[in-house]
Design a protein around this ligand. Structure first.
Ligand code: ADP
Ligand code: MG
Length: 729
């Protein structure tokens, strides 16, 4: 009874694979860079100057967009798009499911007189009412108002999405309910950006540089991913349905040789990357690096940093085009945080900094003492914010996928700590210990604290610790614990908000000291000195992946929650609520609705994983193993019939061993199904999520352990699932 084995047909298929050739539109990237973007350059060219100026005021200062301006922009956008073969337009938004959403409308509309014409009014540009009842709202739209709408975000330029010959004009928008509650990632992100802009500008303008009119947060997202052949992907139902392999024995060769890192990139992958770059560049996404990551078949791409909102739109877009370009090259992009056990997971490193209207990076050490005081002000306030809200930052990156990567069996842990490098550690220590500065006596504060000169060598010295979840890397902080499939907005909203909140508190404290007669510089230093002491526990320079660190972090009282449902609780703590509500990032109702959505999302993910585990075990593993076992048994019977000693044979031992593992697999799968049934009866979303977490913890590993043992025992040619060595090498 030999069934078709997808594993072997897939393996045959990849032998025949040839690299798919790529064609760049031109040798010079600048010839096509941004050709599909309705960017400032294009707008300046085709809009009248007063329309252009009012739009820029709306973008830079948040001024209201008048109807006639919206109409003019819409009309120009439409003509620009139509000449490029665009037939449809869509409001493009980021609902809380993590992906992006679109609803396509045609420009083409019959008018009253029965004539047909291409239409696109300002009102259609500015606002749309998507039929969005299928997007999660955590009950918000039920409680408040049944409908939601999308509203134009003019700070992120419209772009043309190509899909084969179909071209669609995409307009980045926020998605809100009729009563104004955010139903997406972008709306709160924009609020957090405004908050950090104001708070940082206040600090800069009051103490360091009167000329600073705004401060923008910048972000560069390094995106890690795995690439595997599409045929092999199709041969693994677990990859297809949940993005990760629920079974699979570790291959004889793993990543121990680290020969993949920066190794030569195979031609098929290389062509994929070139194609990806071309498509990204057409959309104005400034991708610039490519190299292999540590794990086999793992890669990374990183665009040049941009303003946070744009960087996140671009990252969301990039994930989309990766998938499409992958299809063309018969490759499947895996964005899951942990597709393979025992192999490094994937993250999305969020490089974050603050840049003033004068172009000064507030997290870059300066060329003089005054600038360095500004640098340590922002540097220390960020560390303090991360310390105060480390649990919330942890919550901001919580997801079912990231749970497999953070705090699971393998490193990294789910602890947020900050790495600053030895030089800056010393600087912070000096600041903490050098309490006796007397400016009246002519003490040089800058010299005494070691901030008169911070050597530029810092840049080379700081990026050595790759095990830190939140590392200072020369002129930016790099938040590395963000999951590879996540929308970075969740983490960035929290980071912007906590730093802004911290800067507001800092300014109040410094102002008070100044009012009490303290010199400005000393007031700043004194407050910072206290912050260094107070936030010391978050700093960790050692190996973040070690067991010792887990124990040490516990002593320090740092949050180390290894699962999503419990990590998310931090969003609803009094402290977090106050932060969000007082600063207009989220209302209480919005926060509660979000949590409902996140719990539900988590439940669905774990439920799918659990089901696929059960299905694979019952429909693939057990039947294939039994077939093999029966072969062994009939051979043993033959031996017995011949009067041979069948009991002292490998075959006999194997049959017994197989039985042992099969029994556990079968029993555990059935217990797991029963537990799911029980869990599904729980009404409360959080409680149900916690129960699903328990199911994951009680069954996944054990079932996997026995299935992976069977993979080792069963004849290779009879095993139904593509093996790790085939998927990864
Ligand atoms: P690594 O892999 O060593 O972490 P990369 O050079 O690959 O470093 O990536 C660094 C990322 O950080 C890039 O996306 C880059 O644009 C971004 N970046 C550099 N400077 C800043 C900054 N000041 N603010 C935000 N992001 C930055
Ligand atoms: Mg990095």
């Amino acid at each position: 009874m030999q069934s078709t084995n997808f594993r072997f047909s897939a393996l045959e298929k990849i032998l025949e694979r040839k690299p798919v050739p790529v064609q760049c539109p031109s040798e010079k990237i600048s010839d096509y860079y941004g050709q599909n973007v309705f960017d400032r350059e294009t707008m300046r060219r085709i809009l009248s100057s007063d329309i252009y100026d009012s739009l820029m005021l709306a973008i830079e200062k948040g001024n209201k967009i008048e109807t006639h301006v919206a109409d003019a922009v819409a009309s120009a956008m439409k003509s620009w798009a139509i000449t490029r073969g665009v037939t449809h337009y869509t409001h493009w938004f980021q609902p809380l499911t993590g992906a992006t959403a679109e609803k396509h409308d045609s420009f083409f509309e019959p008018d009253n007189a029965g004539r047909h014409m291409e239409k696109f009014k300002g009102s259609a540009l500015v606002q749309q009412e998507p039929d969005a009842s299928s997007f999660p709202s955590g009950g918000l739209r039920n409680t408040f108002e049944a409908r939601g709408y999308t509203a134009w975000d003019p700070t992120s330029p419209a772009f043309i999405m190509e899909n084969g010959s179909a071209k669609t004009l995409c307009i980045p928008t926020v998605f809100v309910s009729y009563t104004g509650e955010a139903l997406d990632y972008k709306a709160p992100l924009l609020k957090s950006l405004a908050f950090v802009d104001k708070a940082a500008t206040d600090v800069c303008a009051s103490y360091f540089d009167e000329g600073v009119t705004h401060v923008k947060a910048s972000l560069g997202v390094e995106q890690e991913y795995f690439l595997i052949d599409r045929a092999l992907f199709r041969a693994r139902p677990d990859l297809v349905l949940c993005g990760r392999t629920v079974f699979g024995h570790a291959p004889a060769k793993g990543q121990q040789l680290e020969d993949h890192y920066f190794g030569s990139i195979p031609t098929r992958v290389h062509n994929f990357m070139i194609d990806l770059e071309v498509e990204a560049h057409k959309l104005g996404i400034p991708i610039r690096t490519r190299h292999n990551e540590v794990a086999p078949r793992q890669f990374e791409c990183a665009p040049m940093f941009e303003e946070v909102n744009l960087a996140i739109d671009h990252n969301q877009l990039l994930m989309d085009i990766m998938e499409k370009v992958g299809e063309k090259h018969n490759l499947k992009v895996l964005l899951h945080e942990k597709p393979f056990a025992g192999v490094n997971g994937s993250g999305k490193h969020n490089n974050w900094s603050l840049i003033t209207s004068n172009g000064k990076n507030l997290l870059a050490p300066g060329s003089n003492a005054q600038e360095n005081l500004q640098f340590i002000t922002f540097f220390i306030n960020t560390i303090k914010a991360v310390y105060e809200y480390n649990g919330l930052l942890r919550a901001s990156i919580a997801s079912a996928g990231n749970d497999h990567r953070l705090g699971a069996n393998e490193a990294p842990p789910a602890i947020v700590s900050v790495f600053v490098g030895s030089q800056l550690s010393k600087l912070l220590d000096d600041l903490e210990n050098n309490a006796t500065i007397d400016l009246e006596k002519g003490d040089n504060m800058y010299m005494k604290l070691g901030i008169n000169k911070i050597p530029p060598i810092l840049l080379d010295n700081t990026d050595r610790n790759r095990t830190s979840p939140f590392a200072f890397t020369g002129n930016k902080f790099e938040f590395r614990a963000v999951g590879s499939s996540a929308n970075s907005a969740s983490a960035m909203t929290v980071l912007n908000a906590i730093v802004a909140n911290q800067l507001v508190a800092f300014k109040q404290e410094v102002d008070k000291l100044i009012n009490d007669g303290e010199k400005k510089e000393m007031a700043i230093v004194n407050v910072l000195r206290r912050y260094v002491k107070e936030s010391k526990k978050i700093r960790f320079e050692g190996n973040g992946y070690s067991e010792e660190w887990k124990a040490e972090a516990e002593k320090r009282g740092l949050s180390n929650i290894t699962n999503t449902p419990e990590a998310l609780d931090e969003y609803l703590s009094e402290k977090s609520m106050k932060l969000f509500v007082d600063n207009d990032i989220f209302t209480e109702a919005e926060l509660e609705a979000r949590l409902e959505i996140m719990w539900e999302h988590y439940i669905m993910k774990v439920q799918i994983e659990s089901r696929i585990m059960g299905d694979l075990a019952l429909n693939h593993i057990i039947p294939a193993t039994l077939r093999y076992q029966n072969e062994l048994i009939s051979a043993l019977k033959d031996m017995k019939d011949l009067g041979l000693d069948y009991e002292n044979t490998v075959g006999f031992e194997t049959v017994k061993e197989i039985t042992r593992h099969l029994n556990v697999v079968k029993t555990k799968v059935h217990e797991m199904i029963e537990s799911r049934k029980k869990a599904n009866k729980i009404e409360d979303n959080r409680e149900r999520a916690v129960e699903y977490k328990n199911i994951r913890e009680s069954f996944f590993e054990e079932i996997r352990y026995h299935v992976d043992k069977l993979e080792f025992l069963v004849d290779d040619t009879a095993w139904p699932l593509a093996k790790y060595r085939e998927l990864l090498f």
